[in-house]
Design a protein around this ligand. Structure first.
Ligand code: OGA
Ligand code: MN
Length: 339
């Protein structure tokens, strides 16, 4: 990820819009923000893939049946795709919990590692049954697989740990749905946003393979996502992202500038829906798995999540935060390492 370090004196179109949406005083108008709920027919088109065959893995991974998914493309942004929340309500709980309780554990890397190298950030936040709110707020990112190097932007073989099987499996379902037959999830950044957080303009270009799509899964509070062109003089669009929405940056959009200038309170909380209780009597198919070796672990977490008290700590967090899992393939199809 590249921070906007060398902003020119003559302000570019991207920065101008970024500042506009970031502002609290005055508050920006959301009129121009593209939302799939708002039927912006001049800007977006529904584009369901031809011949969708259902994927037996969807139930287990907390996804709705592929036939129910709504895929959109954007008229001004070829290669940019958007799937309106394809997650079930229990699926939302599952992934939110994973991003908080499990992914920030070692050997994964955290932004707070430089000051305190914690084995288990979430457990540490709730040690002795109290809540360390300060520590809770400090986590801004966790990296998985090939760890993103924030200084050099270069991935390396000696900075790589196993990629979570469940997230690899989830990404594979999306890749298959979009007809990417050889996609492999090899690196991810999990971003944690508070209500006043932003993510500045950048392109993601560290991966060797820039042909593979990038999958971005968001949960919790909503966000304005901006995307422009290959340089910052291109006028960007602003898109509303709600909990469960999936953004795919593929083809021409893969190397475009993008940013998150604002987090907005969500109008809906799918992770609070009563549907969550249905999990107990579901008949879950565990066939056709490619990466997951212990599907019963997922089912067990999903069942624990039905208990509202068990879910309390995660609820409190997500009520005022946004989580984004940003998944990439690093290597080329025939490569198995960076050597
Ligand atoms: C990133 C990114 C966007 C988002 O992690 O590289 O662009 O929606 N995230 O949080
Ligand atoms: Mn990015």
């Amino acid at each position: 990820m590249e921070e906007d370090a060398n902003a020119t004196s003559k302000e570019d179109a991207f920065m101008k819009r970024f500042k506009y949406y970031k502002s609290n005083k005055p508050k920006p108008s959301l009129e121009e923000v593209i939302s799939v709920e708002k039927h912006c027919d001049d800007k977006i088109t529904g584009c369901p893939p031809l011949d969708i065959t259902d994927d037996p893995r969807t139930d287990l991974l907390g996804l709705r049946s592929l036939k129910e998914w709504q895929l959109y493309s954007f008229k001004g942004h070829p290669g940019l795709l958007f799937i309106k929340n394809p997650f079930t309500d229990s699926g939302q709980r599952y992934w939110i919990r994973k991003c908080l309780e499990e992914y920030p554990r070692k050997p994964n890397r955290l932004n707070i590692d430089i000051e305190s190298n914690l084995q288990d950030w979430w457990a540490e936040c709730f040690r002795n049954n109290t809540c360390d709110k300060q520590l809770l707020k400090k986590l801004r990112w966790t990296t998985l697989g090939y760890h993103h190097n924030w200084d050099t932007k270069v991935y390396s073989e000696d900075n790589r740990t196993p990629f979570p099987n469940d997230l690899a499996e989830l990404s594979d379902v999306f890749a298959k749905y979009l007809n990417y037959k050889h996609f492999r999830a090899e690196a991810a950044i999990v971003n944690y946003y508070h209500m006043n957080s932003t993510l500045s303009a950048h392109t993601d270009h560290s991966e060797v393979n820039l042909e593979a799509p990038l999958f971005s899964f968001s949960f919790g509070q909503s966000a304005i996502f901006m995307i422009g062109g290959k340089d910052k003089s291109v006028e960007p669009s602003a898109i509303l992202i709600n909990s469960g929405d999936v953004v795919i940056m593929s083809k021409e959009a893969r190397l475009c500038y993008h940013a998150v200038p604002k987090i907005l309170p969500s109008t809906d909380s799918p992770w609070e829906k009563p549907e969550i209780c249905k999990m107990n009597d579901m008949n879950i198919d565990i066939s056709n798995l490619k990466y997951l070796t212990e599907p019963e672990k997922i089912i067990s977490v999903m069942k624990q999540n039905v208990d509202n008290q068990e879910w309390d700590r995660f609820r409190n967090y997500i009520q005022e935060s946004r989580i984004n899992m940003n998944v990439r393939q690093v290597l080329n199809e025939k490569q198995s390492s960076l050597q």
